[in-house]
Design a protein around this ligand. Sequence first.
Ligand SMILES: *[C@@H]1O[C@H](CO)[C@@H](O)[C@H](O)[C@H]1NC(C)=O
Ligand SMILES: *[C@@H]1O[C@H](CO)[C@@H](O)[C@H](O)[C@H]1NC(C)=O
Ligand SMILES: *[C@@H]1O[C@H](CO)[C@@H](O)[C@H](O)[C@H]1NC(C)=O
Ligand SMILES: *[C@@H]1O[C@H](CO)[C@@H](O)[C@H](O)[C@H]1NC(C)=O
Ligand SMILES: *[C@@H]1O[C@H](CO)[C@@H](O)[C@H](O)[C@H]1NC(C)=O
Length: 686
Amino acid sequence: MNSVHLIISSIVFLIIESITAAPATSIIFTTLGRSRYAFDIFSLPIEINGYELQLTDGHSVNFNGHFASPYNQTVITDSTVADPPPVHLLYVTERNGSSSIYLDVVSYPGLDRTRKRSVLETGSTRSQRRLVGGSDGRISMKDRPSLVGESLIYVSTHEETGVGRTSWAAVYSTQLSTGLTRRLTPQGVADFSPAVSPSGLWTAVASSGENGWGGEVEELSTDIYVFLTQNGSSRVKVVEHGGWPSWVDDSTFYFHRRGDDGWWSIYAAILPQNMPFTVDSVVTRRVTPPGLHSFTPAASLTKNIIAVATRRPGSDYRHIELYDVASGKFKELTQLVAPRANHYNPFISPDSSRVGYHKCRGAGNNGKMIKNDLFLENIKTEKPDISLFRIDGSFPSFSPDGNRIAYVGLPGLYVVNSEGSGNREIDPDVSAFSTAWDPKRKGVIYTSVGPTFASEDTDVDIYSIEVDADEPGYTKLTTGGQNNAFPSVSPDGKWVAFRSGRTGHKNLYIMNAIEGEKGGLTQLTNGPWSDTMCNWSPDGDWIAFASDRHNPGSGSFGLYMIHPNGTGLQHLIHSGSAGRTNHPWFSPNGTHIVFTSDYAAVSAEPISNPHHYQPYGDIFTMKLDGSELTRLTHNSYEDGTPSWGPKFMTPENIQWSVDEEKCAFEDSQWLAITNRVDDAKIQCGG
Ligand SMILES: *[C@@H]1O[C@H](CO)[C@@H](O)[C@H](O)[C@H]1NC(C)=O
Ligand SMILES: *[C@@H]1O[C@H](CO)[C@@H](O)[C@H](O)[C@H]1NC(C)=O
Ligand SMILES: *[C@@H]1O[C@H](CO)[C@@H](O)[C@H](O)[C@H]1NC(C)=O
Ligand SMILES: *[C@@H]1O[C@H](CO)[C@@H](O)[C@H](O)[C@H]1NC(C)=O
Ligand SMILES: *[C@@H]1O[C@H](CO)[C@@H](O)[C@H](O)[C@H]1NC(C)=O
């Protein structure tokens, strides 16, 4: 009995071994600001003075909600009705390592309106259902859900375009009873921010059309198209230049656009009575006035009001306000509840009793902090042999055995065990960026110290640091401080490749790993361009790096590799002629690289997110011959600085109790009003 069992399990083991022949490995990367979001969906009543309800459950990041059924106004205001009917809420969540769409039905049985207790105290009951995403189907970003009958309409990024620097965002319809999914966006086109008309007949989208993505990060150049929700047919452009549509009735919708005067405003579009619609037959007019930014409209179906997000002069915060179309007056909503918190992407219940939005839970005036945050968040991939993690830190790298991670805090330098224990602050104040471990000398890491994104003559130098010493010993390896950065060590531990601006251009150099420059220095690349972010292959034969040598000074970077003796230069990948691909890192077996790239462009309107300098960065892997290009992350954030380690980490989140404010992030900097004129100058002047 036992031996039979043993034989069977050995056979199973052999089969598993042969399927996953490649040794399993781990990749870690950073997402700018994401660890600070902790978004939940909240709501406020529109007419009466009520208190803010938290609608989602406080797990993970929950955003872009949509009320799937009326929230009955009578019941809310009538104090004789004991139990208000449940809220039906659709939303996007990032729990369990991938983006999915949930439907929560939340009841507030003990909600005592007279005493104004908070909803957390009253206790709610919740039923929760995952509609799409998660373990079923392909990994992708999901966005902007709505329900028509039993069909879910939403954005997903699961189909690759096959063309660099084009967005994978497209609108799909999934029949919930059968799971049958249909693409509504034509091939070769990206659609964002779908909105379904009240009858369900039409869907409006912000679309980049066939022009693709030109690298915009503030306002996408999108037009609004309308098509039949049922099958995507009768698709027609109805508005040039606009995004984020929201229907009032089946022939009118609002949208946002940044006008010629620089202000984001809400506009109305009125479609003609009969098809076919054309841009010329659609009447558009500006609705909200200049003097403040108004965007991401949500129209009421029953009242002449729009919920909008605003940025007002002198405020750094995004708030939800109601705009009365007839009187032209704004009414503040979230400003009264949490003036010093950002609030995003409003939506209104069909009976116009409540407005929903998302914000950081715990943000606001109560000073509540978020505890138990994720230090290493496991992200699902379609690669069973790769364990992928987002780390709450920058420029992470694995020790040679994979058991430790070095990372920087911008500022600060840290080392932690890969399973999350033993975090050590090597230096909390050092302005270190990039980390690399010595493959031979145990506990030695290399980093560059100084400002990032700086010019060639900036004071940046490379140090090696013995992190296991009682008093961490620093050795300065470069001199002269001419932006010496991104060290990477040869597998024999003898040499360090790095970039330096010492000739007036950033090129690659190799120096002695122990004594630094004075122990030997050679220039590896030479030219009036920028070579940077180098990584030495595990077999020692290649140094991969990012460079703009194809178009110096353009800001466009591609990946290259070269032999350490300066021969054999090869171009690895470039995402379109103007694209940005950076931070290459070899797989432990040297056959692949991981990197960050704008290859899949942007996945959502950037204005619907907090600030990201580059809302297009995703993590990809690729074989060195250019084949097997694989997108690992799908989101609308800035993912970067990946590195690859030799050990498979258990794909589970690692939580840390933190005592710091986790809701500290900036709203879109380019909406700041005080410096608007200067900003415009900077952009025009390059
Ligand atoms: C090398 O590593 C890559 C990435 O993990 C993997 O896909 C590939 O199968 C490995 N090759 C071999 C020969 O193990
Ligand atoms: C709202 O609830 C009240 C009380 O239950 C009910 O009489 C009324 O018909 C409801 N209104 C709508 C629009 O469902
Ligand atoms: C998914 O995430 C939720 C909330 O974080 C958690 O309670 C649940 O256990 C997770 N489910 C799985 C299968 O990991
Ligand atoms: C799409 O649906 C409409 C009705 O909703 C129908 O008239 C039309 O024939 C359909 N087109 C296709 C290509 O299936
Ligand atoms: C340069 O190095 C590569 C591998 O590292 C080697 O194959 C090649 O022969 C070398 N070329 C010269 C000219 O030394």
